[in-house]
Design a protein around this ligand. Structure first.
Ligand code: AMP
Length: 177
């Protein structure tokens, strides 16, 4: 990806200190989403490394994962699998729990979302601690799918999500050291 285009994407990601709680710097992507050219460029750049990988499905956690996941799926000629929080999906679900700073959370997918033979790309806006992404991968694998890798808009590398996902291919358009 051209460095000037990467810089343009970075410039449209806004830091919001102490949101949603003290000490967190929230990465606000709404300026990027509102820019037609950079939105299209972001989607295309998140899809590009995975062309030729025979991706059959893109799986993405709600809700900002959906914003990039569905268009990346279309760009790759793949289906889309919504990963949701507990109790939101209407049919039979498979769950994967993951640890939060306090307590735990769960991601769910429909049992028939993917199966053996599926080649899944996991997409989200932010890779932070990697808990969400790791749970998404395990959930897909528990249904018999192969996880090809992860495509993120940005990664917060100081939070070591990449170490948590060691052995998996992780691509991010913007990295914060
Ligand atoms: P984690 O499971 O810690 O990797 O967190 C990833 C999820 O939380 C993603 O779905 C992000 O949308 C969200 N997230 C985590 N940290 C931030 C942040 N600093 N700014 C915006 N979103 C975040």
């Amino acid at each position: 990806m051209r460095p000037d285009l990467r810089a343009a994407i970075r410039a449209r990601i806004r830091d919001i200190p102490d949101f949603p709680s003290p000490g967190i710097v929230f990465k606000d992507i709404t300026p990027l989403l509102g820019d037609a050219g950079l939105l299209a460029l972001s989607v295309e750049s998140m899809a590009a490394p995975w062309r030729g990988q025979r991706v059959t499905h893109v799986a993405a956690p709600e809700s900002r994962g959906f914003v990039f996941g569905a268009p990346v799926a279309i760009a790759l000629g793949a289906g889309f699998v919504p990963l949701r929080k507990r109790g939101k999906l209407p049919w039979r679900t498979r769950q994967q729990a993951y640890a939060l700073e306090y307590g735990e959370d769960v991601v769910e997918a429909h049992e028939d979302a993917v199966g053996p033979g599926a080649r899944v790309l996991v997409v989200d806006d932010v890779l932070a601690t990697g808990g969400t992404a790791e749970a998404a991968c395990r959930l897909m694998e528990s249904l018999g799918a192969t996880v090809v890798g992860l495509s993120m808009l940005m990664s917060l590398d100081f939070l070591a999500g990449r170490e948590r996902l060691a052995g998996r291919r992780v691509e991010a358009l913007v990295r914060y050291a």
